[in-house]
Design a protein around this ligand. Structure first.
Ligand code: HEC
Length: 148
């Protein structure tokens, strides 16, 4: 193959790649509509990034991400207090919702404290503790997944 043919081939491959990327942009998070959805999207992003940080052995960037979840959690509490927000299910169990939410944030604070010290082992352990609590709350308060 001549240099010129090689160049044309490279350009074609690049073009095909560009067309594929343009047709399939990376999935964006769905728009958040209420304080809990805002909090949950921040939480999910923080948990996903925690996996990479734990793998890299450097978790010092996590407190900032988790703090954003915490701040969003404050908005959730206010919205619950003044009746602007009810979870999609379990509306008659708001005290249980608050208890689960409170317990979750307490475990998250342990993760933040460990992350500040770059204590990767404790952060990984707390990541597991937090991940084990998502479903317990969702099972009662979130809409069940759509049928397949
Ligand atoms: C204390 C209860 C509670 C805990 C703990 C909890 N969630 Fe949620 N989550 C909810 C509720 C309620 C909704 C539904 C919000 C709505 O649609 O109003 C929800 C919705 C979500 C959504 C969808 C948000 C959207 O934009 O519709 C994601 C993503 C999510 N949770 C991730 C997580 C992850 C990951 C964890 C654990 C690391 C977790 N949640 C722990 C209560 C909880």
């Amino acid at each position: 193959m001549s240099t010129r043919q090689g160049l044309v081939l490279t350009l074609l491959v690049l073009l095909a790649w560009a067309v594929t990327v343009a047709a399939n942009p990376p999935a964006a998070a769905p728009p958040a509509h209420n304080p809990v959805q805002v909090e949950m999207q921040a939480l999910q992003a923080a948990m996903q990034q925690s996996v990479a940080a734990i793998a890299a052995g450097d978790v010092r960037g996590l407190p900032k991400l988790l703090h954003a979840v915490h701040t969003a959690g404050g908005d959730t509490n206010k919205a619950l207090d003044d009746g602007r927000y009810h979870p999609p299910q379990g509306k008659d169990q708001l005290e249980t919702f608050r208890r689960l939410d409170h317990a979750f944030h307490a475990e998250m604070i342990k993760m933040v404290k460990a992350a500040r010290k770059n204590d990767v082992a404790t952060v990984a352990q707390q990541h597991g503790v937090l991940m084990s609590k998502c479903h317990a709350c969702h099972a009662v308060f979130r809409h069940p997944p759509a049928a397949r």
